[in-house]
Ligand binder design. Structure first.
Ligand code: GDP
Length: 445
């Protein structure tokens, strides 16, 4: 997400922060570059212009140029302006799903990711909010569209409305409401049909469904890679149907990210979620602060910690903490950590969220460092006996050979793993002694 924009901006700011003193001209030059970077990211012209104006007004004042760290002050002003651009007057908050069964209407063009997003959000409502969800496909045109939703439903364990051939979208919407009411569902989601472009027929149909369903939320799903087109689509749907928010999909790609920045300013509608992949877990709530941090390469610790909380069982974390405090950290502990890293989206996912690690993740990727390393390390540990895992210091040449062979790997790779383990164990011991471990773990969990 935002790699190109992020890289461009960090180049500008690197130069700024290296300079001791800043003149107004320095700031102006930097902001011209910021403007170009925004336009290249496909941010709409008026939004880019307003943005730069806002920053300029604040950044050319005495307070900045005379301050001890003028470059950092400018970065801070840019950060706040980004948050401002991404934030509307009201915080949309969580999805409105009180008064069961709450209808959620999903709208958008074909191929934007509507059906996938419907299922992702249903899974999220089920697992995070403990809601009973019913999904219904209203796409009676695209062959197998209804089956596609049913397949996803089975995959995520969410019910779908039984398919009745020959019904109109409005009839299906009515049937969904009935079934949701009788079946005691908390939420029902209506996945409407899309077209390749906005046309009268599509709008009239969505309008008719909206009038029958009276949705609590109407979410427009648009492809984030389409930049300003996504924003235009949102304007059209808002005008004709009225939407309560936007889901930007394909933000995992190296899209230029402009849609995210222009959406709120142009349409007045909040981005509620971003889609980050094809998997059913690849959806995230949209938080302006965090996104601004990511754009500026300042990392996103909050998302990282949240992800850790979701993945790591509290009890397990507690148990691990106790062991670490006592200075115990064996191969089983290491294996658990490696597995958690994999679960949390692997190396790339985690590094992208850590401050200053965005660039490193890219380099690592270029150098061929990826999740397969984690998997190989886990395989090596799996190839050890119980005794060896608990006491890695007993590993001599013959044992090492056997372990490496068992995992189908070289002894040199095992040596690297053992070295890493020793370093981690040392660090744990030190932290445990100073009581730092407790603090570090507290901050994380
Ligand atoms: P619909 O026509 O709007 O219902 O689109 P679909 O839900 O069928 O999605 C079209 C394609 O986009 C599918 O192959 C999805 O897996 C893919 N897709 C959806 N959301 C995302 C996303 O956030 N990232 C990526 N990389 N692919 C996505």
């Amino acid at each position: 997400m935002f790699e190109n924009l992020s890289e461009r901006l960090s180049g500008v700011f690197d130069r700024l922060t290296k300079q001791g003193a800043l003149s107004e001209d320095d700031v102006k030059t930097a902001l011209r570059e910021v403007r170009v970077a925004l336009l290249e990211a496909d941010v709409s012209l008026p939004v880019a212009r307003d943005f730069v104006k806002k920053v300029q007004e604040q950044a050319t004042g005495q307070a900045v140029t005379k301050s001890v760290t003028p470059g950092q002050q400018v970065v801070k002003i840019v950060h706040d302006a980004l948050v401002d651009t991404l934030t509307g007057e009201e915080d949309p908050g969580e999805l409105k799903i009180d008064n069961p069964p709450a209808p959620i209407l999903m709208v958008g063009l074909q191929g934007g990711g509507k059906t996938t997003t419907t299922a992702k959000l249903a899974k999220r409502l089920k697992e995070k909010n403990g809601k009973r969800v019913l999904m219904a496909s209203l796409d009676v045109y695209r062959p197998a569209a209804q089956d596609q939703l049913a397949v996803l439903g089975t995959q995520i364990g969410v019910d779908t409305l039984p398919i009745v051939k020959g019904q109109s979208p409005v009839d299906i919407a009515k049937r969904a409401k009935q079934q949701a009411t009788m079946g005691g569902y908390d939420v029902y989601m209506l996945d409407t049909a899309g077209r390749l472009s906005i046309d009268e027929e599509l709008m009239a149909e969505v309008e008719a469904v909206r009038d029958v369903a009276n949705p609590r939320e109407t979410l427009l799903v648009v492809d984030g890679l389409t930049g300003q087109d996504a924003v235009h689509t949102a304007e059209n749907f808002e005008e004709r149907i009225g939407i309560s928010g936007v889901v930007l999909t394909r933000m995992d790609g190296d899209g230029r990210g402009g849609a995210a920045l222009s959406m709120r300013a142009v349409t007045g509608k909040p981005i509620r979620f971003v889609g980050l992949g094809e998997k059913m877990d690849a959806v995230e709530e949209f938080h302006p602060e965090r996104i601004a941090g990511r754009i500026l390469g300042m990392g996103d610790i909050v998302s990282l910690v949240e992800k850790a909380q979701e993945t790591i069982e509290a009890e397990q974390a507690e148990r691990m903490m106790k062991r670490f405090q006592k200075g115990r950290f064996n191969m089983n502990d290491l294996k658990m950590q490696l597995e958690q890293m994999l679960k949390m989206g692997g190396m790339e996912g985690m590094m992208g969220m850590m401050p200053g690690m965005g660039k490193m993740a890219k380099q690592a990727q270029a150098a061929g460092v990826d999740d397969s390393i984690l998997k190989r390390q886990i395989a090596l540990i799996q190839s050890m006996t119980k005794l060896e895992r608990a006491n890695p210091q007993i590993l001599q040449a013959s044992r090492k050979k056997r372990i490496a062979k068992g995992a189908g790997l070289e002894v040199s790779e095992l040596n690297k793993l053992l070295k890493m383990h020793r370093q981690m164990a040392d660090m744990m011991k030190k932290m445990g002694k100073g009581g730092m471990m407790k603090q570090a773990m507290k901050a994380m969990f």
